[in-house]
Design a protein around this ligand. Structure first.
Ligand code: AKB
Length: 316
């Protein structure tokens, strides 16, 4: 029997593509997309959609019982940049939604959870090069604090209540189907849209700000891989370091110029520069590679080629 899956936050950047992939793997009838409103519905269309408020335990439980859900992907969150504008809202959303699904699993309504963490769990006192899995973690953003605390609770629920919760520390995710919202790494998506539309991008980070990034297809693959892995192979129950590539705004601009020679970039750093400065430049994800055989595919040049090709079609 196929597992019954609920995606909370299915209309977001990662949730929308995860919904499509999970439906192709498990069948439309087995994957329930949900979100707080009908945003981006064309992306998650073709299957069942429910309005679910991630901050409301009853709202999630009703949906879980209605469809006999056994697996929940909790993709709803407020990201780093927006979180700095609305600290209490970020705390409330990110923490209450996690507790709701952890408690549903503890009470045996569901069997398995995916919950994304982020490179935002690291802070200015973390080593920035080849950041290890186990290291100093003093995040300075509210988003980072919620992810760090969330990781501790995931591990606690696993150890104490045997909850099967699995998690990845996502880097910045690059995709063309759905725009990201409210993150510090969003520049690496916006730049492609602006390159195609205006051949110009005003970047909110400095040219030499190196950050860990990943193409959406790799992020979806990692998510599905860790959820498919044997429980005994998922040895880290806080969250796994996950890495693909790292680059600076200058390097992404160069890779775009190889296709659009008259593309121009200007740098006007804002409050997001401080957030980026507090994050690692690149990540050591050897545990993910060893424990459940994680391997990324997309290089910066491959991402640029794909992004420009897909967005070129979108904006004709
Ligand atoms: C953000 O920039 O806030 C996110 C993240 C790295 O988790 N993309």
């Amino acid at each position: 029997m196929s597992s019954k899956i609920l995606i909370i936050g299915a209309c977001g950047q990662i949730g929308s593509e995860l919904t499509t992939k999970l439906r192709s793997l498990h069948g439309d009838e087995n994957v329930i997309a949900s979100d707080i409103s009908y945003n981006n519905l064309d992306i998650v269309n073709g299957g069942i959609f429910e309005i679910v408020d991630a901050q409301d335990y009853a709202s999630i439980k009703v949906c879980v019982e209605k469809y006999n859900i056994d697996t929940v992907y909790l993709m709803a969150a407020m990201l780093s940049a927006t979180g700095e504008k609305y600290p209490m809202k970020a705390w409330d959303l990110n923490m209450s939604s996690l507790f709701h699904v952890l408690n549903l699993a503890r009470a045996k309504f569901i069997k398995k959870i995916f919950w994304p963490s982020s490179i935002a769990v690291f802070g200015p006192t973390t080593p920035t090069e080849f950041t290890p899995q186990y290291t100093v973690m003093e995040p300075t953003t509210v988003y980072g604090i919620t992810k760090q605390v969330g990781e501790r609770w995931c591990e606690y629920y696993h150890n104490k209540y045997e909850v099967d919760v699995r998690s990845l520390r996502y880097p910045g995710i690059i995709s063309w189907k759905t725009l990201p919202g409210g993150g510090t790494t969003d520049y690496a998506v916006e730049i492609y849209h602006e390159a195609i539309k205006n051949k110009f991008y005003n970047c909110f980070l400095k040219e030499d700000t190196e950050l860990p990034m990943m193409y959406m297809d790799d992020a979806i693959k990692a998510t599905i891989d860790i959820m498919k892995a044997k429980s005994s192979d998922v040895k880290i129950r806080s969250s796994y370091n996950l890495s693909a590539i790292s680059f600076t705004p200058k390097e992404i601009a160069e890779s775009i110029k190889a296709h659009i020679p008259d593309f121009k970039i200007q740098y006007e750093p804002d409050y997001r520069q401080d957030i980026a400065n507090s994050w690692p430049k690149n990540i050591n994800d050897s545990f993910a590679r060893e424990h459940w055989k994680w391997k990324h595919k997309f290089t910066l040049d491959a991402i640029t080629k794909e992004m420009l090709m897909q967005l070129g079609k979108k904006y004709v």
